[in-house]
Design a protein around this ligand. Structure first.
Ligand code: ADP
Ligand code: MG
Length: 306
């Protein structure tokens, strides 16, 4: 490939809303046969909303929201922000505030806050040791969900909602569900990627049922779910070991290593700096259809050169 033609490709990329790290990046897109898509923030908007609040029999709903909301307020995760915002909102409207809410909307500040990537959060709120996250996080503390909560969780997940468990002082206290809208451009983007001969794969740390529900809505049939952040890169390597040439599209800190390892890393411009730094190119507006534009552009550029 001549440098000049590649530079022209790079310039056209900028017009399409694609920032390309270097002209040589375009070359690697030619052989790509698989495109791995992160779910949250890539296929979905990542703007989640608190939906259901299920409580254990002896647990007060206001107390559940206050303790979980306070802990999640310290986390930047999209699920955490939805829970914190939902907790504040519901304390101001409708739900009678539990004792200790203080001024409307003010959540207590947690101590010893810890984020456990891909699992959830833990910390001390008002003297209670609180956990919010995947069932797996509770299991690590030998806390079991009672049957009613487990059933509520399974039913919500079957509908495509993400359910997180809440426990404090060694006991499961409730399940909160959040849902995230699928971007209205995602299904078309997947169709365009398929039309280019690429096999789409949905990769997420989220629950299998939620992942399958999102995949079904956008036309993806290969789903790899419940993957811890540090293992996303292993999934990319495994696909490469199978002989596939892999493009990865992601937005999160937890996608950075996978973006760097993929044959072609595409970062959402709406995502984190870590993802943008790790990617070979950036989809400036966070529109997944532009991933197909990028691959089309590079193929055209390289065809011109031949
Ligand atoms: P994704 O791969 O879709 O971007 P993550 O790896 O960030 O998702 O998270 C995986 C799962 O871990 C989430 O679906 C959720 O169940 C749980 N989780 C992570 N962080 C939190 C949090 N702050 N609060 C509650 N649950 C969390
Ligand atoms: Mg993400």
């Amino acid at each position: 490939a001549t440098p000049t033609a590649l530079m022209v490709g790079t310039g056209r990329g900028a017009q399409l809303g694609i920032l390309i790290k270097g002209p040589e990046v375009l070359e690697s897109t030619r052989r790509v046969d698989t495109v791995v898509l992160d779910k949250t923030g890539t296929v979905t908007t990542g703007r989640m909303q608190l939906l259901d609040v299920f409580t254990a029999p002896s647990t007060d709903e206001g107390e559940l929201l206050r303790l979980a909301g306070a802990l999640e307020h310290a986390s930047e995760h999209p699920i955490a922000q939805a829970i914190a915002a939902g907790a504040v909102e519901r304390s101001e409207t409708g739900v009678p505030p539990a004792e200790g809410w203080g001024r409307a909307g003010s959540l207590p500040v947690p101590e010893n806050f810890e984020n456990i990537a891909g699992l959830g959060v833990q910390g001390v709120v008002d003297g209670h040791a609180v956990l919010v996250g995947r069932e797996k996080l509770l299991k690590e503390w030998v806390i079991e969900l009672p049957r009613d909560l487990a059933e509520a969780k399974a039913a919500a997940e079957a509908e495509g909602r993400t359910a997180v468990a809440v426990a404090w002082d060694g006991e499961a206290r409730g399940v909160l569900t959040v849902a995230d809208a699928i971007k209205d451009t995602s299904a078309q983007a997947v169709a365009e990627l398929r039309a280019l001969g690429l096999k789409p794969v949905l990769l997420t740390g989220d629950n299998q049922l939620v992942a399958e529900s999102v995949a079904r809505s956008v036309g993806i049939d290969e789903v790899i779910a419940e993957v811890l952040p540090e293992d996303k890169v292993e999934v990319v390597k495994r696909l490469q070991d199978e002989g596939r040439t892999v493009a990865m599209v992601g937005d999160g800190v937890n996608d950075a290593a996978a973006l760097a390892t993929a044959d072609l890393g595409l970062a959402m411009g709406t995502g984190t700096d870590a993802a943008i730094e790790a990617g070979d190119l950036t989809l400036v507006r966070g529109d997944l259809r532009v991933a197909a534009d990028a691959i089309r552009l590079s193929r055209r550029t390289l065809a011109t050169i031949k």
